[in-house]
Design a protein. Structure first.
Length: 474
């Protein structure tokens, strides 16, 4: 099923790219979304089953694909509004749709990849498609960001490839090594500790460019800032989940060896440094999209810290990824709406937005409460579990540092949003304001409502799949 999905989807993307007709592009893109929904439903029904030698519908892949599909639908709607407002021609729209299909397909393949080589190939493919999407607006800054993203991510993925080669060198068993994740976990005891450490460091460093985590986090900051708002929403959520999965699959292997404690310390250090860097830069940031990008760095740092804290921490990390994806996407969709009215992403001079767009302002307030983990946001639960796990693992001093950094981030983030919403500004000609379709804002309320419901009133199927994720992971 997945291989058929890959073939059909790439054929659609190729046809859109070479045809370059606006109506054809929209029709085929809608057809692809039907493919994506169908595969997601199929994966949910066949959860836990192998689809082929290289793909398996494991629970973690299924739940991340559900998030991806939901965000694909939301991004498709906001993307349509974006290109219409900018009056993009058929050629740009076709390239946009072809690249977006390629990105969604590649991410879906990563989520279900059962072989480390296959996972690496599709993670590398995301670099090409994201670069095309970053350059969509055809500005000098977008070109610079696209080249920077391509270069740094290619270096990162090359490091990850060296890590995979080193992983094969670490094999000390008899016979050839099978690079499927099941075989790697089963034979983890026969991996040389020194080579495994080198492999983990290389893979972790390489995929940190995709996860938006220290040390290669810088590429994601510029990518989020230069991309169209709907694409920024996509790559700051679903694509970061791809980077997480690339690191986590190898971490599962390491967890079965005697270097597990060492790997946990690597994650703790990287996670705390990421949160620290986010806190420092958020105090002086001058661009809203850049501010949201540093917020993503903070949240990925929290996920890394969570992974280092055992089963409770991993449960918290999974929840955090899901809730962050929904809340952060809402923020980027809304800031895109904000840009269509004010024609700027700069914090200085952006005032009185609540009066200009009351529904959008209300959505921004709810998104702020959600991303800052203020109850009833589901992120409150995941962050609480992270702090709890740190205390359980006798890292009380780290928990205190983490709380202090979170308070700094809360102050910086909230100050800028309140400045945007309520600080009196110059009077604007109301006739010059772009008319906002109510559904453009309602889509954000739907995502934010899911953050609350899944956090405090989780349905049985959501709880069941989370329990399955924990059972299958370690």
């Amino acid at each position: 099923m997945l291989i058929l999905y890959l073939i059909c989807s790439f054929i659609l993307a190729g046809f859109i790219f070479f045809k370059k007709r606006e109506k054809t592009s929209y029709v085929l893109f809608c057809l692809f979304l039907i493919f994506q929904i169908s595969l997601t439903l199929y994966a949910c029904v066949h959860r836990g089953e192998a689809d082929s030698s290289y793909f398996t519908f494991d629970s973690l892949g299924v739940i991340l694909t559900c998030v991806l599909t939901l965000l694909s639908l939301a991004t498709a709607y906001h993307e349509y509004l974006h290109v219409k407002r900018n009056k993009d021609d058929g050629r740009k729209i076709a390239i946009y749709h072809a690249a977006l299909i390629g990105l969604i397909v590649s991410m879906t393949a990563v989520y279900f990849a059962h072989h480390v080589g296959v996972m690496w190939v599709f993670i590398e493919a995301t670099t090409l498609f994201v670069s095309a999407l970053i350059y969509h607006n055809r500005t000098a800054y977008a070109l610079e960001a696209a080249w920077k993203y391509t270069f740094i991510c290619s270096v990162g993925v090359a490091l990850a490839f060296m890590g995979i080669l080193t992983l094969s060198i670490a094999w000390q068993g008899s016979g050839p090594m099978d690079l499927t994740f099941a075989s790697l976990k089963e034979g983890a005891g026969q991996l040389d500790p020194l080579w495994l450490k080198i492999s983990f460091l290389l893979i972790f460093t390489g995929f940190s460019a995709k996860m938006g985590l220290f040390p290669l986090y810088t590429v994601c900051i510029d990518a989020h800032t230069a991309s169209p708002a709907p694409i920024s929403a996509f790559i700051s959520t679903a694509l970061m989940n791809v980077g997480f999965l690339g690191i986590f699959r190898v971490y599962q292997v390491v967890a079965r060896t005697n270097i597990f404690e060492w790997a946990r310390h690597v994650l703790l250090i990287s996670g705390l440094l990421s949160i620290f860097i986010a806190a420092i830069y958020l105090l002086k940031v001058k661009n809203f999209k850049r501010m949201f990008a540093y917020s993503s760095l903070e949240n990925m740092g929290i996920v890394a810290v969570s992974l280092a804290c055992g089963s409770i921490g991993f449960f918290a990390a999974t929840l955090h990824l899901i809730f962050h994806s929904l809340a952060k996407a809402s923020l980027f969709y809304q800031i895109g709406q904000f840009y269509s009215i004010t024609h700027t992403y700069e914090i200085e001079g952006s005032r009185d937005y609540f009066k200009q767009n009351p529904k959008g302002g209300l959505a921004l307030i709810f998104a702020l409460l959600s991303i800052m983990a203020i109850p009833p946001s589901g992120l409150f639960i995941s962050k609480f579990l992270v702090i709890q796990s740190l205390f359980l693992y006798h890292y009380a001093w780290l928990a205190v540092i983490l709380l202090c950094l979170i308070l700094i981030i809360f102050f910086a983030f909230t100050k800028n949003i309140i400045y945007l919403l309520f600080l009196p500004g110059e009077k604007k000609d109301q006739l010059s304001l772009v008319k906002i379709n109510p559904w453009e804002t309602y889509s954000q309320f739907i995502l934010l409502t899911l953050v609350i419901i899944l956090g405090f009133f989780p349905p049985p199927f959501f709880t069941a799949i989370l329990e399955a994720v924990i059972r299958e992971s370690f």
